[in-house]
Design a protein around this ligand. Sequence first.
Ligand SMILES: [Zn+2]
Length: 441
Amino acid sequence: MDLIDRLVAEVEERRDSLVSVTQDLLAYPTVNPPGHLYYEICLYLQERLQNSGFDVQLHRAHGAIADCDRYPRWNLIARRDGRTSGDCIHFNSHTDVVPAGSDWTRDPFAAAIENGRIFGRGSCDMKGGLATSIIAAEAFLACVPDFSGALEISATADEESGGYAGVAWLAEQGFVTPQRIQHVVIPEPLNKDRICLGHRGLLWAEIETRGRIAHGCMPFLGDCAVRHMGAVLEALETELLPRLAARTTSMPVVPAEARRSTLNINSIHGGQPGWRQDDNGDGFLASCVADRCSITIDRRFPGEESVDGAKAEIDQLLQDIRHRRPGFEYRLTEMFSVPPLEVDRNIPVARAVARSIDTVLGVKPRFVVSPGTYDQKHFDLVGGVRNCVAYGPGILDLAHQPDEWIAIEDMVDSAKVMSVAIAMLLTEGLSDKTFEHSNQN
Ligand SMILES: [Zn+2]
């Protein structure tokens, strides 16, 4: 039996273990915000990975944004060194999940199995992927105990809120460097036959319009900030959105609807509430002209555009309104931005995963780009580790949805792909060169 067959068989043997690890992880409601149970889920993983021969360290992200005594941000790094030195392959998963929401028809933390699917908040995004990478690593270690190099598995906090107390913090502390880590796979749910090379960029910004407060019975004495915002919304609707929709990109973003620039208006707030109830249950009116109105926007863009360009375009739109609209004053404030990212599909880790998908699943892999950002940006921008892709089981569209699930068969297939990809990167016999050579002959 050759190595690939043995790896596949070792994963197959661990099918029940893969299911139970996934269920165990789902039972921790690591909901973020606010960031529950990071320490507890790290302890669970620590025990599991120590039993598989990993050296495990837990690190609390002291000083990072959102870390506090009530909701401490804990991260885990598990490392297993081979017999001789060589490349390190690092699997990174986030342990946080978004709130379940109210539309579930099942208990979001009971991890029920129905028709080969495990249901639970975080099943596809991305505790199923985390469990899959653990099983893949264990299967590899069983087949190749005397490997060269190192295997690392990290479980990190706060990806759903930007990753600043997770991967970004670890990178700032020196745990993510090109000297320590040579290859990174992030098992986000991109489907088992697709390799994700990066993500679109984003700009979150607030637009505020200013007015002048006055009595609501004499609005002519004031200047209404809500009406000014109406002009902004109209300009977004009739000028910017059609312009964005007409742009195309060479980035292979999935789903296809996201293969362009997009803009979401996340929120709008203006003036005083016209009517509200006080503590005694009495209603009262606040009859005022609104002196302030604000919206927050979420602008996403492909590699053909930049953060500065996206911001300048919105600023120009607002300046144009100011020219034609008397009394129009605005403030544009950037809240958060991430540049677009797309690594080359020929980087070593992408090639290994691609060859593994081809070999194990018998299909040609598809290279894609994610519509939203994930922790790859911190490996790249903070850690300087560019040899990184996202690859993992699960259907992207189910992430953050009610009744989120992951198919057991997809996890098993993906664990086989990961396990063989590790072997392709860490053993001579399956390396790129040897493989190409034997394919040519
Ligand atoms: Zn995720």
